[in-house]
Write a protein that binds this ligand. Structure first.
Ligand code: T4K
Length: 406
């Protein structure tokens, strides 16, 4: 435990942990069940191309979400790219800048202009009031991102999309297992896209899925993810290779079976962080709706420098020195990354909340690899550092603070 400021590693103390503690350590389900499935794959000699496990995974996901169609993908980014193309998006598409860069890249990759829109300060999702202002004659759609697993303002966005005749796609990469008004995220908008990357609550190593209730759209997406093949030798559509393989689906099925345990571990960690940090000045934990299902996959705090005494980057440095590899998800915002910062150098002028939130957010380690004892230590480091902010700051500035990866 770090009881005194001089116990902190940045002040000369020993690091709190022997090994690095990561954000995004994968959850591993029942190992023997996974290996059994891997043996079955090898026995069947059917490794990819819509195998038994991919079919089963798609059916289980669709059933769990209550949607008609789930099309498994090799990753979430390709899922977004295919969904964007299948929806016929062109020209400009409105999306938040405060997201993982894949959301913007999936558009730009197809030479569709991402138009960055500001977010709401509380939940960090796209602000429907700002969306309306960004619509031009070239706008063909809106992409909402259910950031941290909390839903966007789905009703308001759906109403705008309907009234302005725009397509509505949700990037639900963070929201598997989360609900909105009692309905699982997955059934909103024209379609929704999940990521099952290793760092997600339910993972398939690499993987993703597009889910929809629209039969025609689903048929198109299915063709597109398999080069446009309809039966042998017959290509009826432009397509790409977006297929999930059998090993990924085996991991996905195993992961789904343990999802309850994964979420319970995340929730337990969230509650521990909440108990430990609730009264720490300048540290805000994002609120969550207790009436809805949440996966607690990301443990996000906002650091208000004025009240905390240290800024987010100084605190990040303190944590890294203790071997706690907290992350600045999603800094600095897509609009400040290439190629967007060159294309739209003034985008930030319309994104005041994004700019502010980007400077404040910190993602802390959680998931099954992190226990409550570790959470208590991490919270302790934060509290001790902030309650001696002036001393810590002067030590950091003497050592010239570098906040990049350690
Ligand atoms: N939309 C949104 C809103 C997203 O958040 C994402 C992905 C996507 C779209 C695209 O979906 P995918 O195409 O990825 O399916 C990571 C993930 O790679 C990415 O999937 C995720 N979002 C993003 C938020 O986080 P990086 O660049 O931060 O990854 P990296 O390599 O720094 O790893 C993150 C941490 O996880 C590290 O601290 C180490 C740890 N880790 C990672 C892996 C892969 C492990 O401990 N074990 C592992 O196997 O993007």
């Amino acid at each position: 435990m770090k009881r005194r400021v001089h116990d902190l590693a940045v002040m000369g103390g020993a690091p709190a942990f022997d090994e690095h503690l990561h954000v995004g350590r994968p959850n591993i389900g029942d190992r023997s069940r996974f290996l059994e499935r891997m043996n079955n794959i090898l026995d069947r000699r059917w490794l990819t191309n819509q195998g038994v496990y991919v079919n089963e995974f798609e059916n289980r996901v669709a059933e769990f979400l209550g949607v008609r169609h789930c099309i498994a993908m090799c990753n979430g980014t390709v899922g977004l790219e295919i969904a964007i193309r299948a929806l016929g998006l062109t020209g400009e598409v409105i999306l938040p800048s405060f997201t993982f860069v894949a959301t913007a890249h999936a558009l730009q990759w197809q030479e569709i202009t991402p138009v960055f829109c500001d977010i709401e300060p509380d939940g960090h999702c796209i602000d429907p009031l700002r969306v309306e202002e960004m619509i031009t004659p070239r706008t063909s759609g809106i992409i909402g991102v259910h950031l941290w697993g909390a839903p966007c303002r789905i009703e308001e966005l759906s109403e705008i999309a309907r009234r302005r005749n725009l397509k509505l796609l949700f990037d639900a990469s963070h929201a598997f297992g989360c609900s909105h008004l009692g309905k699982m995220i997955g059934s909103f908008g024209d379609c929704e896209v999940f990521s099952f990357h290793a760092t997600k609550c339910v993972n398939t190593f690499e993987g993703g899925a597009v889910v929809t209730d629209d039969d025609g759209l689903a048929a198109k997406i299915r063709l597109m993810k398999n080069f446009g093949f309809q039966g042998y030798d017959n290509v009826i559509y432009i397509g790409t290779n977006g297929k999930m393989d059998e090993a990924s689906a085996a991991m996905g099925l195993t992961s789904l079976e343990s999802m309850g345990d994964f979420i319970a571990a995340n929730k337990r960690n969230f509650e521990e962080y909440e108990r430990e940090l609730a009264k720490t000045p300048g540290v805000r934990l994002l609120p969550y709706d207790r009436d809805e299902s949440r996966n607690f996959q990301y443990m996000v705090v906002e650091i208000d420098e004025e009240r905390a005494g240290l800024n987010r980057d100084e605190l990040l440095f303190v944590l890294h020195a203790e071997r706690v590899l907290a992350r600045r998800y999603f800094y600095p915002g897509c609009h400040r990354m290439e190629p967007y910062r060159s294309y739209f150098p003034h985008a930030g002028l319309l994104l005041p909340i994004t700019e502010k939130v980007c400077r404040r957010v910190l993602s802390l380690p959680t998931g099954q690899a992190v226990g409550t004892e570790q959470v208590v230590i991490i919270a302790d480091i934060i509290r001790v550092a902030l309650s001696h902010a002036a001393e810590v700051r002067s030590r950091l500035s003497a050592n010239t603070c570098h906040t990049e990866k350690v």
